[in-house]
Write a protein that binds this ligand. Structure first.
Ligand code: CS2
Ligand code: MN
Length: 371
């Protein structure tokens, strides 16, 4: 599998490509053009510029996160036609630069939602956290203001100001949109873009809703194994794929992440995996943690990586959000240090599984891995 790292571009990231390339085992950057307003075509020249900059630093640009979906597409408005055409054009332009995977999400209005961007853990590190009661009692506009104040001056991915400005009007437009409508609108979009993705040898990879339940009364559909199954079948093509994000799906304690991952890997629908850990409380609250599987985290990353290894996973993974540690000042969730530790932990598990398999093949040891 290929190790990648999300990067927000030299204007808007505290982490440099020169530093990212020093992470052992790194293959590529997960990039995007964050200044292009949602719905507009990404110009080929800008994509090439980004690619060349990354290539100069010895890494590849084969994964994009995200090409965001215009709200008119999610709402199923007649104006969606124009935005779908633009999306197809962007897919074609990305393919010309050698991009293989496009991660996107289909969450109405908000991308990921948290009540705190810097919750302090006992060791002094800080993490993103979700307090159910707080989210249920706060007005969306107030939350946006709080998020802006807590973001260390960085723009937050998925919280583009130009889109959120129109928030009141957007909420009105979504008032009568049901989950079934959202499935229909996703199907309409996929039926048009997947053939283009196929032609371009690109895999579309929808990201699960974060958290995987309705927030602020808005419909959300990318939130369970059953729904993911329905989504991959909306258009039956390997280009209609999933980003399995352990931390997003894992916030619901009923979700068995290794099982979900295994299921969709078998169907060949997982081009991209986000790996991170979270600690879930009984009351629906959760907070992010280091990647390591300990009593501090609720997810078993060993099992997740083992499922990937057992399937001979050739796709891309990235560590997802990390803690803020060692005094780093960065975009919440996206500092260098803890995400680099995350990659090393994941590759450490992978490498030991590799060594184990080799030794078993040579007859040096019996298979002793825990299943
Ligand atoms: C992140 C998302 O919440 C998460 O886990 O990975 O912000 C993700 O980047 C987007 O939803 C993808 O469109
Ligand atoms: Mn994710």
């Amino acid at each position: 599998m290929k190790a990648t790292f999300r990067w927000f571009g030299k204007e808007d990231d505290s982490v440099s490509l020169e530093y990212i390339r020093q992470i052992p085992g790194i293959d590529g950057i997960v990039g995007a053009l964050f200044d292009i307003p949602v719905g507009e075509v990404w110009p080929e020249s800008r994509i090439m510029e980004l690619k060349e900059e990354i290539n100069r630093n010895g890494m590849s640009l084969e994964v994009i996160e995200s090409v965001n979906i215009h709200e008119d597409i999610k709402l199923g408005l007649p104006s969606r036609e124009k935005y779908i055409e633009n999306y197809k054009e962007t897919i074609r332009n990305l393919a010309k630069a050698g991009v293989k995977v496009i991660c996107y999400n289909f969450m109405p209005i908000f991308d990921w939602t948290r009540s705190d961007l810097a919750k302090e853990l006992p060791d002094g590190s800080t993490v993103l956290a979700y307090e159910k009661a707080k989210i249920e009692s706060i007005e969306p506009l107030e939350l946006i203001e709080q998020m802006e104040n807590l973001s260390n001056g960085y723009s937050l991915p998925g919280w583009e100001p130009e889109r959120l400005k129109a928030i009141k009007q957007l909420f009105e437009l979504y008032q009568d949109v049901t989950e079934e409508d959202l499935f229909d609108h996703l199907q309409y979009f996929l039926e048009q873009v997947i053939p283009v993705a196929e032609e371009c040898d690109i895999k579309m990879a929808i990201h699960p809703d974060d958290p995987p339940w309705s927030v602020f009364g808005l419909p959300r559909i990318v939130r369970s194994k059953e729904n993911l199954e329905r989504i991959v079948k909306l258009v039956n093509s390997p280009s209609n794929g999933l980003t399995i994000c352990s931390g997003s799906l894992g916030a619901n304690p009923n979700h068995d992440i290794p099982d979900i991952l295994c299921h969709f890997l078998k169907m060949n629908r997982v081009p991209f995996v986000h790996i991170r850990n979270i600690k879930i409380a009984d009351n629906g609250n959760f907070q992010e943690t280091s990647h390591r599987s300990t009593e501090e985290g609720s997810l078993d990353l060993y099992k997740i990586v083992k499922v990937l290894h057992d399937h001979g996973f050739k796709g891309y993974f990235r560590p997802d959000h990390g803690r803020m540690i060692w005094g780093e000042k960065a975009r919440p969730g996206y500092g260098l240090y803890d995400r680099a530790l995350g990659i090393m932990y994941i590759l450490g598990i992978w490498d030991s599984l590799e060594q184990n398999n080799k030794a078993v093949k040579k007859g040096e040891i019996n298979n002793v891995t825990i299943n």
